[in-house]
Design a protein around this ligand. Sequence first.
Ligand SMILES: Cc1cc2nc3c(=O)[nH]c(=O)nc-3n(C[C@H](O)[C@H](O)[C@H](O)COP(=O)(O)O)c2cc1C
Length: 193
Amino acid sequence: MIKISIISGSNRVNSQSLRISKICLQKLKTKKVGIDLINLAKEKLPFWEEDLGENISSHKKSFKKISLTLSKADGYIFVVPEWGGMVPPQVKNLFLLTSNNELAHKPGLIVSVSESLGGAYPVSELRSYSYKNTKICWIPDHVIVRRAKEFSPEKEPRLNSRMDYSCKMLIEYSKALKSVRKASDLKTFKNGM
Ligand SMILES: Cc1cc2nc3c(=O)[nH]c(=O)nc-3n(C[C@H](O)[C@H](O)[C@H](O)COP(=O)(O)O)c2cc1C
């Protein structure tokens, strides 16, 4: 069975990103897929640090369980808030922590979240600056949820059907990229250029 991990990228409690992640989760429940929801507000992952002498950095211990969950997944939904016109640091940190090719050659759907009329910057940033070493494959469709507080699937059927379609396409890419992963050589080409 295909497994999808949803990552809620806000570290605020009761964030819109978490609310929208749960909407995505409900959508996936109607498909025959396994689902995990990783809430970065709850996980409070430490920032990447180097090991110094005998001291193994704290992120390694904290990240173990999530690393396994992400490794087992076939695809991802990254629900990412726009903060200061950027992707917030806890999401960028996750891309540094996933240094064991957990995300490699697997598709990702970007769902960006804005309180107002923003939301384009995280899409642009993720598409440009997150894939080199992680090798995550962002699918062409993305979703931008603007005026996030007011968003409900019932009130905005056009955006809702776009979310449905994007989830469906993510599942298809998740199946299709299995053969790509089989052909990959991550020992020789762990990182990109
Ligand atoms: C530190 C910070 C910076 C923010 N900067 C922006 C921004 O640049 N553009 C924008 O549309 N919304 C911005 N917002 C509002 C978020 O889009 C809003 O909180 C939205 O609900 C998504 O974040 P959440 O998932 O944490 O709720 C910012 C929020 C915070 C906490």
